[in-house]
Design a protein around this ligand. Structure first.
Ligand SMILES: C[S@@+](CC[C@H](N)C(=O)[O-])C[C@H]1O[C@@H](n2cnc3c(N)ncnc32)[C@H](O)[C@@H]1O
Length: 229
């Protein structure tokens, strides 16, 4: 039997767990994380149609909307509880939210100008099929940007930087957030593994994996995947 990388836990995620996740994502550090990713995305796209895969509570979509309300927003998530949480969080803006697995969606081919995700790719049980689906739904000339943590990191340095980031937060977040993040990082891919997956897809000749720092944490990669002729 195939062991799920994590997406199975989200399919059956109860509403209270989605609420707990939502509350964890409101730390000042996480807010800055969404803000920095959104700033990067709006610098890459001025108008058009954007999909956030594994949108969770939808905070990245909210930040993008704040910076550029012209962008047409779509979000997909495998967890119904997360989609309901995102619907509540984004009730005041126009956004299309769907519950579904990125490996097989209902979107038309050549539909999106940009596809993104933050901290979701590492959970997908079928990353190759999922990237092929992203290739299908992207317009020609469009690109996907995946913001993921990777596990080739210095844990000591990470703890110290996380403590600095959470100085102003309440005790529960100070205790839970770093543990949650370290656990997540342990489940993520090494950079080399990400490349091996991409090389089995249509993005093989048009990708770039860059190590980046987001909100003081040098544990991220930005993966750019272009759909070219
Ligand atoms: C760690 S959360 C990140 C949520 C959000 N991107 C954020 O930054 O707060 C991962 C999300 O990916 C979703 N997810 C996992 N596997 C998925 C898949 N195959 N297709 C769509 N969503 C998926 C989960 O339900 C969960 O909401």
């Amino acid at each position: 039997m195939k062991i799920s990388r994590g997406e199975d836990n989200f399919v059956t995620l109860p509403a209270f767990a989605a609420k707990l996740y939502d509350s964890m994502m409101q730390s000042s550090a996480t807010k800055m994380q969404y803000k920095e990713i959104a700033q990067d995305l709006v610098s890459l796209m001025h108008s058009g149609r954007l999909l956030d895969v594994g949108t969770g509570p939808g905070y990245l979509l909210r930040e993008i909307h704040k910076l550029n309300p012209e962008i047409e927003l779509h979000g997909i998530d495998i967890s119904n509880a997360m989609v309901e949480q995102a619907s509540r969080n984004l009730a005041d803006i126009t956004v299309d939210l769907q519950c579904g697995n990125i490996k097989a969606t209902n979107y038309k081919s050549d539909f999106f100008d940009l596809v993104t995700c933050s901290g979701s790719f590492y959970l997908w049980d079928d990353p190759i099929d999922s990237l092929e689906e992203i290739y299908r739904i992207l317009k020609l000339g469009g690109a996907a940007y995946l913001y993921e943590t990777h596990r080739d990191i210095n844990k000591q340095e990470l703890w110290q930087k996380m403590r600095e980031n959470l100085k102003g937060d309440n005790l529960i977040r100070k205790f839970l957030s770093p543990r949650f993040f370290i656990k997540q990082i342990g489940m993520t891919y090494a950079k080399k593994e990400i490349a091996e997956i991409i090389e089995k897809t249509n993005f093989v000749r048009n990708y770039k994996i860059e190590g980046i720092t987001i909100y003081n944490l040098p544990v991220w990669v930005r993966v750019r995947l272009e759909k070219c002729t």
